[in-house]
Write a protein that binds this ligand. Structure first.
Ligand SMILES: CC(C)(COP(=O)(O)OP(=O)(O)OC[C@H]1O[C@@H](n2cnc3c(N)ncnc32)[C@H](O)[C@@H]1OP(=O)(O)O)[C@@H](O)C(=O)NCCC(=O)NCCS
Length: 144
């Protein structure tokens, strides 16, 4: 069982502090360490503001994890950008973020696209790898 730390979770706040969110992205290797140019700041936070649900994990005033969801609130929900600060990983925070998402829209189908290395993590949370049965088609994002 993972060691639990004293983490507070918020699900009302989509406008996460940009600097801390960017530092999380850098910490997990999703962004290089460069300063976010002024013109890119709006583009960085917009997906979070436009998501149906954002759940964030806090150690005091320190943002240590976050996830966002696009959902029709009934049938289908998609998880994006689940990330936990490396020094807080392995303490159950990632699982808690996903479980809180799932309990927000109970009964919904849940989808997530992820690296193969994270498949086992999601399987522990009840996700099934459907690629052997169903196809999942994609037009890749052209912005990166
Ligand atoms: C993937 C990630 C969100 C997991 O968060 P976490 O807080 O470390 O996960 P948890 O502590 O809740 O782990 C729950 C269980 O899954 C296991 N686990 C965690 N990451 C795993 C992985 N990549 N592969 C297999 N198992 C994993 C843990 O060992 C733990 O097992 P246990 O219940 O038997 O102790 C985190 O490692 C992360 O932010 N990674 C970088 C960003 C990323 O890849 N995000 C996923 C985007 S799809």
């Amino acid at each position: 069982m993972s060691e639990q730390v004293n983490i507070v979770y918020h699900n009302e706040k989509k406008d996460l502090p940009l600097q801390q969110l960017h530092e999380l992205f850098i910490a997990v290797g999703w962004s290089d360490g460069g300063v976010l140019p002024e013109e890119m700041k709006a583009g960085f936070i917009k997906p979070w503001l436009h998501s149906t649900l954002v759940i964030s994990a806090w150690d005091g005033d320190h943002l240590v994890g976050a996830v966002r969801v696009l959902s029709d609130a009934i049938f289908r929900s998609v998880i994006y950008d689940l990330l936990v600060a490396p020094e807080y990983q392995g303490k159950g925070i990632g699982s808690e973020l996903v479980n809180r998402c799932k309990s927000h829209y109970p009964g919904s189908e849940w989808l997530v696209g992820c690296d193969r290395k994270n498949v086992a993590f999601y399987k522990k949370l009840g996700f099934q790898d459907i690629f052997e049965s169903d196809a999942f088609l994609v037009i890749p994002c052209k912005l990166f």
